[in-house]
Structure formats: C-alpha cells, structure tokens
Unconditional design. Structure first.
Length: 251
C-alpha cells in the first residue's frame, strides 16, 4: 500500500526524480565522468562550485571518503552557503555582475582543468559568468542545473542566458521551478525541496563513472578512504603526497 503521509509522498517524489535522472541523463553522466577522467589522466585539476544550497552538492564531492581526492572546492566568500549573516547576503551576491571574474582571477584554475558548476536555476549572474569566464580560460565546464528554469523563468544575467548555455556538458536535475515537491490545502506554499538529494546523486554517479574509467585505462583512481576505518589516514596521506600539486584544500 502506498504511504500517503507527507514523508511518504516526499520519498516517492525523490525516488521518482532519481529514476528519471538515472534513465534520462545516463549519456550525460557517462560523458561527464569521461571528461573528468580525461582531465585527471592529462594532469589537470578538478574543481567544483555552487552557491547557496547548490553548494551542498558541490561540497559533497570535495575531500570525500570514497571520492576523488583531486576535486577542490572553488569557494566564493559569502556565497557558498548559509553561514553568513544575514543569510540573504549569499542570494544577493549571486546576482552581482563581475564577481565571478574576480574569483577566477585569484583562483588556481588554468587551461586544462575541469570545473563542475552547480546551480539549480542557472539564472543568476554568478554561475553564468563563472561558466563563461572559465571556458574563456580553457577550462572544461560541467553544469548541473534544472533545464525547466530556462523556459519557466527569465535570466538575471545581462546577456539573457543561463548556465546551461555556457557549458561543455549539462546534467539536468529535472527539478521543477520552485524546488518544492509537495502541496497541501492546509499549507499556503509548496514545500519539501528535493534538489539536493537529486543533484548530489547525479554528481556521485559522475564521480563513480570517472573512477571506473580511470581504472579501465590502467590508472589508479586517486580515491580517498574514510578516516574512520583502520589505515584510512595512512592511505589518504599517500594520496595527498602523490598529488600534492593538484590538491588545494590541504594548503
């Protein structure tokens, strides 16, 4: 019997979205994993960026047990999460023209690297300019966004474009405009967002693909192990030492 409680309905909605991205984004996930593997094999570095709650999925693939050690967080002070006061400042910074260029100019990103940009709406100036300027530097860009926003909203960038318009590859999270899966007559607004669940799963699928791809080429994937298992710290220390010039969160 179906669980019609709000919790059950949310789980059903999240599972349905996961099934959609599994089936409909399989080709894009495979291509993104190959792009990351190509970058690692060629000596490039990996970066991830997200603003606001989109940063949660980006952070989930950085310094992560079971993940690639070479994935670095490209942080924009004040825009990475809700750890600023007021929290609304982060949303305001996403709409500031020119901020992305300043961040990239002071970052270690260079031609041959790969950058994953997570933005649910893809409509704000920061993710759009981040992608546009990164590609101008010769960086390969993977965008993770909801394609629905490009038809259901207007861009906030002066060009009128969205994140998806400036990427080498795009992963569509299938999240509906508004990011709320449930409605009730007794609740005045839609509620229960699923974008973090779906986007995090999409990116972990990409990382798994990249690791397997590297192994198939005879390259040991630079994976991290949990520090809470015996030998984990020793394993990670070896990986950190081997790839010290491509890991920036250790400095």
């Amino acid at each position: 019997m179906s669980d019609r409680t709000p919790a059950g309905q949310f789980f059903d909605a999240a599972i349905g979205l996961l099934q959609r991205v599994r089936d409909e984004e399989a080709g894009a996930v495979a291509a993104a994993g190959t792009l990351l593997a190509d970058t690692v094999a060629a000596g490039g570095r990996l970066f991830a960026f997200g603003a606001g709650h989109s940063s949660l999925a980006a952070q989930d693939i950085v310094y992560r047990a079971g993940g690639l050690a070479l994935m670095n967080l490209l942080a924009v002070p004040g825009a990475v999460g809700v750890d600023v006061t007021p929290a609304t400042l982060g949303s305001a910074l996403e709409r500031v023209d020119g901020l992305a260029a300043a961040v990239l100019d002071s970052s270690p990103l260079r031609a041959g690297d790969a950058l994953v940009i997570v933005s649910l709406s893809g409509r704000n100036a920061l993710p759009v300019e981040m992608a546009l300027n990164a590609r101008a530097l010769g960086v390969r860009v993977i965008g993770v966004t909801s394609a629905a926003y490009a038809t259901g909203t207007t861009s906030r960038h002066s060009s009128g474009t969205f994140l998806k318009d400036h990427c080498d590859l795009v992963l569509d999270s299938k999240i509906a405009v508004g990011d709320a899966e449930l409605t009730l007559d007794t609740v005045p607004a839609p509620f229960a967002p699923a974008s973090t669940v779906v986007t995090a799963a999409l990116l972990q699928a990409v990382m798994a693909t990249a690791a397997a791809d590297l192994a198939a080429r005879g390259i040991e994937p630079p994976l991290l192990r949990s520090g809470n298992v015996d030998g984990g710290h020793e394993w990670n220390r070896r990986v950190f030492d081997q790839y010290a010039d491509r890991i920036f969160y250790r400095r």
